[in-house]
Design a binder for this molecule. Structure first.
Ligand code: ADP
Length: 613
């Protein structure tokens, strides 16, 4: 089997030294697949360790005797050793390769005959074997390469691991080829192991990176949300200040419009006998219109004040179910048969102001009901669903949501729904203050309110309030409300206000009593040292001495008289005045006031006087 012309594979590896790595390996497992047992013997001779050592010894002897150049024999290099197995057919070979891998003792190399009738030929066997073992190298042995062999070889999926060796082959050539391919096998397995290690550490790092990335994303999203909430809160606070200023200016004129309209309505029946019928009706109609308009402005102004004010009421622990239940009893909702109402709220507790939370809930419920009423007709059999539930709590907050299956809110306007005066409702149905009040109240309790909506499918408002932490500060025991009692007796009333129209309006509203009006604190103090008044209505903010000054000086001049003061405020935001009003027990009426409110206060005071005397 001597081949004078070295094969191409041999040429490729001829000048490569056998690496030290190979020497350290245990015997490489080599499988010879050929239907001719004589070929098995050839390979045995060529590759078995015993044979190699014998040949090396012969060659060494010959070279010592001078018959062979010392540098020529390659077999003297006692490199790798091989452990040989044999198979007669492809199927048997496949079974051996499969079993070897299973036993974790894989073959490094297979020498495969191409023609092995009656079973699979070498190509097919190679295809199957390389599919089972992704590392094994195959040397196809053949005497002739027939017409389709190159294409079939090129089509093999593992063609980079397949070589062709032409028969008859040289022992030396076979051994060298086996050495080189086994070296390649070891190296590629090492590379694979290193690659797997690298992949593992890369995937570990990727996992860490992904976690860091997700964490960063979450932080960025949270920060963006917090920033947008802050911007919204600042915008609303600015609007609140503007609205509060506006209210302050409107209050005085509104008070005398409302008061005078009421007085005129009361006087109308008396005047009726002096007026012709037509004029009387017209007057009544005009008064009704003034009354209607003024009442609407009063309502708006009250709402604006609510939106702009900073609540001073103490915080308390609220059980959400209680707040939801009372909001549900008070809210005007669609009738139950038109509505599927789902309440999934339990004993969760938050810290806030219960009445204010109820007011927020009423507003959200009524808005949802109103929104759904609009789609009721077009939905036909579709149920309208109003849902109140708890959102997963986080960051020491609990979320309470109100969701509906109404028309939802268009993306273009969703950022504006909390702005004061934003409304899509008809003039008589909405002022656009409801949600801005909700926003202001919830922020005043240290919470947040947000909306999510899918147009056409509904809206979901979520209120988040702090969960119960350390026990809330003890609120000062609220003084029991004095019993309200009417007295027919006329009382003595002093009114102090720098606005003459207000003075006139109060004077006329309280004409059943003896009313004295003054426009400044000095005059009022002079009167109080001489006379006793049952009630003293005093504007808190006046040029020169204020209502606070009046209270302090009166307490010094006529101790006890200061208790009869009822302050009139325009919803002041001046801190010192607010603190003063919190400190003193005196009552306050807010402009625009109603005449009945003033009358009730005087009656109440007279009732108290009657009780003491
Ligand atoms: P108002 O109810 O007086 O219009 P709000 O401030 O309460 O004032 O609401 C502002 C606007 O927000 C409403 O006019 C409406 O367009 C929208 N809105 C509020 N709640 C809902 C809801 N549940 N579904 C759809 N739109 C809503």
């Amino acid at each position: 089997m001597t081949d004078p012309a070295p094969s191409r594979a041999l040429e490729l590896v001829a000048d490569r030294a056998e690496p030290a790595a190979l020497a350290s390996e245990a015997a490489f497992r080599v499988l010879v697949v050929d239907d001719n047992p004589a070929i098995h013997d050839d390979f045995n001779q060529s590759l078995s360790d015993e044979q190699t050592r014998c040949r090396a010894l012969d060659e060494l002897t010959l070279s010592v005797l001078g018959d062979l150049p010392v540098s020529a024999p390659v077999s003297a290099t006692l490199g790798p050793t091989f452990e040989l197995d044999f198979a007669m057919q492809g199927k048997e070979a496949l079974a051996r390769v499969t079993a070897a891998r299973k036993a974790d003792a894989p073959y490094a190399l297979v020498f495969m005959d191409i023609r092995m009738p009656p079973g699979w030929d070498g190509m097919e066997s190679t295809e199957r074997i390389t599919a089972v073992d992704p590392d094994v190298h195959v040397v196809l042995c053949t005497a002739h390469i027939n017409g389709t062999a190159p294409q079939r070889l090129a089509a093999l999926p593992a063609r980079d691991r397949v070589l062709i060796l032409k028969k008859p082959f040289d022992m030396l050539e076979v051994r060298q080829m086996a050495s080189v391919l086994c070296e390649k096998w070891v190296l590629s397995r090492r590379d694979k192991a290193r690659m797997a290690e690298l992949e593992h550490s890369v995937s570990e790092q990727q996992g860490e990176l992904a976690a860091t990335n997700a964490h960063l994303r979450k932080e960025i999203a949270e920060r963006a949300l917090a920033e947008s909430q802050l911007r919204k809160a600042q915008r609303l606070e600015g609007l609140g200040r503007l609205a509060a200023g506006l209210c302050h200016e409107i209050n005085n004129p509104l008070s005398f419009i409302v008061g005078n309209a009421e007085i005129l309505s009361e006087d109308l029946p008396e005047m009726a006998s002096y007026l012709p019928q037509g004029l009387r009706d017209e007057l009544a109609e005009s008064l009704a219109a003034i009354d209607h308009g003024a009442n609407r402005i009063t309502k708006i102004v009250r709402n604006i004040k609510l939106f702009a004010r900073q609540s001073e009421a103490p915080m308390e622990v609220i059980t959400l179910r209680d707040a939801v239940d009372s909001a549900l009893t008070m809210a005007r909702l669609l009738q139950r048969e038109q509505l599927e109402l789902v309440v999934e709220v339990g004993e969760e507790q938050v810290v806030g102001r219960r009445l204010e939370l109820e007011q927020v809930l009423i507003n959200l419920l009524e808005n949802a009901s109103h929104a759904m009423a609009g789609v009721r007709a077009s939905r036909g059999a579709h149920p309208l669903r109003l849902e109140i539930g708890i959102d997963a709590s986080e960051d020491c907050m609990i979320g309470l949501y109100v969701s509906d299956t109404g028309p939802g809110i268009e993306h273009a306007v969703i950022d504006n729904v909390f702005d004061p005066f934003f409304t899509t409702k008809a003039v008589d149905q909405g002022t656009g203050l409801g949600l801005s009040i909700c926003h202001s109240l919830i922020h005043g309790m240290g919470g947040t309110i947000d909306v999510q909506s899918t147009p056409g499918e509904g809206a979901r408002f979520t209120v988040k309030l702090p969960t119960v932490g350390p026990p809330p500060e003890e609120s000062a025991e609220a003084a029991p409300e004095p019993l309200f009692r009417r007295s027919a007796t006329s009382g003595k009333v002093l009114v102090i206000d720098d606005e003459p129209f207000i003075l006139r309006t109060i004077e006329r509203s309280l004409r059943r009593h003896v009313v004295t009006c003054v426009s400044n604190v000095q005059d009022a103090l002079g009167l109080c040292t001489r006379e006793e008044f049952d009630v003293i209505f005093c504007d808190i903010m006046m040029p020169g001495a204020s209502g606070c000054d009046f209270h302090r000086i009166l307490a010094e001049l006529v101790p006890g008289a200061e208790e009869r003061i009822v302050f009139i405020t325009g919803g002041t935001r001046v801190d010192s005045v607010r603190r003063f009003l919190e400190k003193v027990p005196n009552k306050c009426v807010e402009k625009p006031f109603e005449t009945n409110e003033l009358r009730a206060l005087v009656d109440e005071r007279l009732g108290l006087r009657a009780e003491h005397t």
